[in-house]
Design a protein around this ligand. Sequence first.
Ligand SMILES: [Zn+2]
Length: 262
Amino acid sequence: MRRSCSVVAMAVLAALAVTGRPRCSFAQQWVDGRAFGPFICRAEFPLTQCEDLLGELEQLQGELVRCLGIPPAREQIEIYLFRDKWSYQRYLKKHLPNVPYRRALYVKRRGPGQVFAYQSRQLGIDLRHECTHAMLHAVLPVVPLWLDEGLAEYFEVPAHRRAFDNPHLGNLRWNLRLGIIPKLEGLEKIADMPKMSQTEYRYSWAWVHFMLHGPREAHAELGGYLSDLRSGRPPGLLSERLQRRLGGVRGQFAAHFKGWKR
Ligand SMILES: [Zn+2]
């Protein structure tokens, strides 16, 4: 089951309005730090252990710019890495007590976006996922929940696996074999994180995949939609925009995945 982020961010906003920004008051525990791209990272362990991963995060910023046509984050994004789950939990309990527990978190309020994660086998997935949220929210005033999660699911896997090897692809193919074509209109109605189950994460990922790798017009429409969001123009619904631009969009969605091979 996926962790969530944007809604957590909103929940945190409310909590922080009372409690103030979570302070890293026990700075003595950070044994290493690094600034790269838009990120400033502090860790409870030597960052030499994850040099490659930090390099990937910097490249991810370039990927978002290239694939989505958004500018790079101009504000700083803080990453806090904990040595283990227990240290991470202790920190959250103290500084973000009202936030439902997740394996990793993205938190945003008036200051810089903040990403929290701990050392585990999933650290790469967690950091790519949460940092995707952070980079989107650094340049867009608002991101619809389904799109936020769909993009984070797409970019959370290593670059060489994104197009053909995302773990969602197998289950989505089964959905399509059973005649289930995910409705984008349904995803657009989801306003609360708890309503995003693993199925909704998969469907959100699938619509993102369709727009990034499917018909050129779908990709262009995504770019136009994000540009409208960024400039404050009412963007309307992406489902309606895609239908207007492509016509028969659900059929094209199914055809895209049917023919999707290396
Ligand atoms: Zn997320």
